[in-house]
Design a binder for this molecule. Structure first.
Ligand code: ZN
Length: 98
């Protein structure tokens, strides 16, 4: 599995699916990888749940530039977890097991 440091995306291919970069390095268990875009309220709950289980996660505000410009609350976050937790968290999101 490879890892794009620009996008924090783990991917199988030689090229990052998001930015197209080709100089990827091998992912390590500690790398924070993008899981999904989640809405703000769900993301906050999710973070609490994961932290209770000692799974580290990072939420990055994701929104349009217009929202930022007018200092409106952004409505969604990008969720990142460490690569070693990625499969588990992804599967649980799919199963809505949060
Ligand atoms: Zn990339």
């Amino acid at each position: 599995m490879n890892f794009c440091e620009g996008c924090n995306i783990a991917c199988n291919g030689e090229r990052c699916p998001k930015c197209g970069r080709k100089k990827l390095r091998a992912v390590t268990g500690e790398d924070f990888c993008l899981v999904a875009q989640v809405d703000r309220i769900f993301g906050d709950n999710l973070k609490d749940r994961l932290e209770q289980e000692n799974i580290e996660c990072v939420l990055m505000p994701y929104g349009t530039g217009v929202n930022s410009k007018f200092a409106l609350p952004l409505e969604s976050d990008l969720l990142y977890v460490r690569y070693k937790n990625l499969d588990e968290v992804r599967q649980r999101l799919k199963d809505k097991n949060f």
